[in-house]
Write a protein that binds this ligand. Structure first.
Ligand code: GDP
Length: 361
């Protein structure tokens, strides 16, 4: 499955955040015998629709979609030079499908900042510089060879041009992501086999003081720093406390700081979106469940997420939109009112589709 690597300078609250994430680990809760890697947190993406479906179908349990977060230690200035920890750090980032930067905004004299002062802007620059330098090294290793090759192999000219363009952007101190050259896009396609770090989608977690959680001016300033990446504002210590509480107590604590959902829930949603994922839903007496697919997946591809045989033997999908199902109150009523659609193999799945697949075995 796709993973989001968590990176950040030392002492910004990564471990605190990661511990809160692992306390919410849905694998640990739902699959007590699953092997769980110490540096991976499998976090549920809260979905109130599942609770509603469970009521309609009398489901025994609810299984949300999940996002995997990987704790990647070790970014410091000079990490791109690839000594020891730096090397491992870069390899770990390369394996991630998105990069989540944790940025310190909280002030606390008792917690030392590696560069002596709290400055989100400087910290973002420090991290991005390491990623940019690593990408430039990669490019400098392959570009001369590519340029030479292109004198004979004319068909690689577009690739050489894409790499030269990427180099120019990086030399200006920008990430490729900031220029829309992001994994999965057409512009990134020609660079694919270079595995460049800054073509990964980014998201930012600002670890803020409690009073900053509701400070819109402050938050807009930070959002402007990181756009087009999304920004999430949370207090890591508060998230760790929330993870210890039962639902009612947690809600009370959240409301006392002007929030209506835990920062971790927002992080799971944004992370899911940043990975380019979406869900479809299935429901029955056993379980109501959200299944993860890539945006744009077709009905047979979606069926394949449940079982490869469902994809191979796919005949059609009976689809009812979640809102139609809630409005009519049951599958039978939805069918009677003409709200159940039979979709074939070219159907592109939509968010909120409640599905039953028909297939040959
Ligand atoms: P890491 O090095 O990035 O993993 O940072 P840690 O999670 O170990 O946190 C470093 C220190 O900052 C610890 O003493 C934490 O208790 C403290 N800390 C983490 N988050 C917050 C926060 O939101 N506010 C305050 N005041 N301290 C925090």
């Amino acid at each position: 499955s796709l993973t989001i690597g968590i990176v950040g300078l030392p002492n910004v609250g990564k471990s605190t955040l990661f511990n809160a994430l692992t306390k919410n680990d849905v694998l640990a809760a739902n699959y007590p015998f699953a092997t769980i890697e110490p540096n991976v947190g499998v976090v549920g993406v809260p979905d109130p629709r599942l609770t509603r479906l469970a009521e309609i179908f009398g489901s025994q349990r609810v299984l949300p979609a999940t996002v995997d977060f990987v704790d990647i230690a070790g970014i410091v200035r000079g990490a791109s030079e690839g000594e020891g920890l730096g090397n491992k750090f870069l390899a770990n980032i390369r394996e991630s499908d998105a990069i989540c930067q944790v940025i310190r905004a909280f002030k606390d004299e008792n917690v030392v900042h590696v560069d002596g002062k709290v400055s989100p802007k400087d910290d973002i620059e420090t991290i991005n510089t390491e990623l940019i330098l690593a990408d430039l090294q990669t490019i400098e290793k392959v570009l001369p060879r590519l340029q030479k090759e292109s004198r004979i192999k004319k068909d690689i000219a577009p690739k050489v041009k894409a790499v030269e363009e990427a180099k120019e952007i990086l030399e200006k101190g920008d990430t490729l992501f900031a220029h829309g050259i992001v994994q999965g896009s057409e512009r990134a396609e020609l660079l694919h086999d270079l595995h460049l770090l800054t073509t990964k989608p980014f998201l930012y977690v600002f670890n803020v003081d409690e009073d900053e959680l509701t400070d819109e001016d402050f938050k807009n300033e930070q959002r402007a720093l990181v756009a087009p990446a999304e920004a999430i504002f949370l207090n890591a210590k508060l998230e760790a406390d929330l993870a210890e509480l039962d639902e009612d107590e947690a809600l009370e604590l959240l409301q006392s700081v002007g929030q209506d959902e835990p920062g971790l829930a927002t992080l799971a949603h944004v992370g899911f979106r940043t990975l380019g994922l979406q869900t479809y839903l299935t429901a029955g007496p056993k379980e109501s469940r959200a299944w993860t697919i890539k945006k744009g997946a077709t009905a047979p591809e979606a069926a394949g997420v449940i079982h490869t045989d469902f994809q191979k033997g796919f005949i059609k999908a009976e689809v009812i939109s979640f809102s139609d199902l809630v409005e009519t109150g049951s599958v039978a009523e939805a069918r009677a009112k003409g709200k159940a659609r039979m979709e074939g193999k070219d159907y592109v799945m939509q968010d909120g589709d409640v599905v039953e697949f028909r297939f040959n075995v």
